[in-house]
Design a protein around this ligand. Structure first.
Ligand code: ADP
Ligand code: 5GP
Length: 188
């Protein structure tokens, strides 16, 4: 993992992180997307492999076994990045995680690159959460949580991207990845 670049994509719920990283990984075979564990229920229409869906007991056993690079509790559920097993084949790593996890990864790998994604407005974030089918109380909880996450994310970020038009955002992220790879090839 150390010889790879580590891109941490973070930002408030519903901003579009999952959509963006799926597109990036599909278009760039040199990226490897970590699959997180969570104890939350799968959403209607969500891919079964979006996460490893685990019970709290399974999750806690993995914590005890030092099986996570980072983990946190978010709105009443556990989320964590498992320690990668196997060879990444030289690919760069993408983690799509919330800000507490991003802080932990920055401590572990100070050279990790944090891209913080923001919505064009809180109203648009609300529309996206509702459009995704999140129940009303979860929408409210995520919007409230966003108020806490955003200042932390902005302070921690190496790059800030506003996800207004999706294709433009993907292009901007690809440019950031290219620039960071050039930095690795040509360290100053
Ligand atoms: P996150 O992973 O940040 O919680 P998602 O990727 O699940 O967010 O996106 C939330 C919803 O917003 C999804 O329905 C997705 O299709 C939609 N979405 C993502 N990016 C955009 C965009 N730029 N414009 C409009 N809708 C978007
Ligand atoms: P959701 O329930 O919307 O899928 O995810 C809730 C939040 O948890 C999002 O901000 C998402 O990025 C974050 N998340 C997903 N996986 C992980 C993980 O492995 N670790 C941490 N710290 N956060 C995660």
């Amino acid at each position: 993992m150390i010889s790879s670049l580590v891109f941490v994509v973070s930002g408030p719920g519903g901003v579009g992180k999952g959509t963006i990283v799926d597109a990036l990984v599909e278009r760039d075979p040199d990226l490897w997307l970590s699959r997180s564990w969570t104890t939350r229920q799968r959403r209607d229409g969500e891919r079964p492999d979006a996460y490893v869906f685990a019970t709290a007991t399974e999750f806690e056993e993995r914590i005890e076994a030092d099986g996570f690079l980072e983990w946190t509790e978010f709105l009443g559920n556990y989320y964590g990045t498992p320690v990668p097993d196997g060879d990444l084949g030289g690919r760069d790593v993408v983690l799509e995680i919330e800000v507490d996890g991003a802080q932990q990864i920055k401590q572990l790998y100070p050279e990790a690159i944090l891209i913080f994604v923001l919505p064009p407005s809180r109203e648009e974030q609300r529309r996206r959460l509702r459009g995704r089918g999140d129940p009303g109380d979860r929408v409210l909880a995520r919007l409230r949580k966003a108020e806490i996450e955003e200042p932390i994310g902005r302070a921690l970020a190496d790059h800030i991207v506003v996800n207004d038009d999706l294709e433009q955002t993907i292009g901007e992220m690809q440019r950031i990845i290219t620039i960071e790879r050039q930095g690795r090839a040509d360290p100053r």
